[in-house]
Design a protein. Structure first.
Length: 256
């Protein structure tokens, strides 16, 4: 297997953008995993709009980015290698024929060909960037779940580190967004991308979930990225300011 497992955008600075579910494509010979081809333009195959937002933000910040090259139906890059949902056998209640009989050997082949190279690329980038690195992962979510509308326009997910998530939530709310605090999902997932590459390294991070109807075409994605960039800039500045205040410690002079 020689297919490229990821797309890398070059850049500088402390930010690294990630997009685990960027693509709906499959490597040659996978025959749509036995599913109807039309399903690969829907949310079950990838995070609609997330790749376009990621590329726009990377360009706007002049920052590096790493994006997955293949559909999450092949293998989910946002799961640890021992996660039972790494290769899904069901999606939205439908059996995935090409995954149904995937045993340990087939899963190991997919890890080696597609999952491990993606995560190795992130590791290389972070090793190069050093202790000042900040991870920002871009995902998207459906406007409704089980017919129930989701009120949030954007969700900010995080584990135990709130250095960036807290100011970003505040700045998004200030800008008028309906923002979810660890909604519509929790950011505390052992073995996911940010757990492996940020939490375990002690790096500040956020996973930004954007509602898909806001970024479903290129114009929407570009417009959302343009709105998000100054908000993320402000949150990063807030984080740095708080870090400086913490480092300075309490004043030694009495308060009047």
């Amino acid at each position: 297997m020689t297919e490229k497992a990821f797309e890398r955008i070059s850049g500088g600075g402390p930010l690294l953008f990630l997009c685990d579910h960027a693509a709906s494509a499959l490597p040659a010979g996978r025959d749509h995993l036995g599913l109807a081809p039309a399903l690969f333009s829907t949310h079950i195959a990838f995070d609609i709009g997330a790749a376009a937002v990621t590329r726009a933000l990377a360009h706007g910040f002049g920052a590096p980015a790493i994006l997955g090259a293949w559909s999450r139906l092949l293998i989910d890059l946002n799961r640890g290698p021992d996660d039972p949902t790494l290769v899904m056998k069901l999606s939205d209640g439908a059996i995935i024929p090409g995954n149904r009989d995937a045993g340990a050997d087939e899963v190991a082949r997919r890890i080696a060909a597609y999952h491990a190279p993606y995560h190795a690329a992130i590791t290389v980038e972070l090793d190069r960037m050093g202790r000042d690195a900040v991870l920002v992962s871009i995902h998207s979510f459906t406007p409704a779940w089980k017919k129930a509308p989701r009120k949030w326009e954007v969700g900010i997910l995080y584990d135990t580190d709130t250095r960036l998530s807290a100011p970003l939530i505040a700045r998004l709310a200030e800008a008028g967004f309906v923002v979810g605090d660890n909604e519509p999902y929790s950011g505390a997932l052992e073995g996911d991308t940010l757990n492996i590459h940020a939490t375990r390294r002690g790096l500040p991070h956020v996973l930004i979930e954007i509602r898909q109807d806001l970024i479903g075409d290129d114009a929407g994605a570009q417009g959302f990225a343009a709105r998000l960039k100054p908000i993320l800039d402000a949150a990063l500045a807030d984080m740095k300011s708080a870090s400086r205040s913490d480092a300075a410690g309490p004043s030694i002079f009495p308060q009047e």
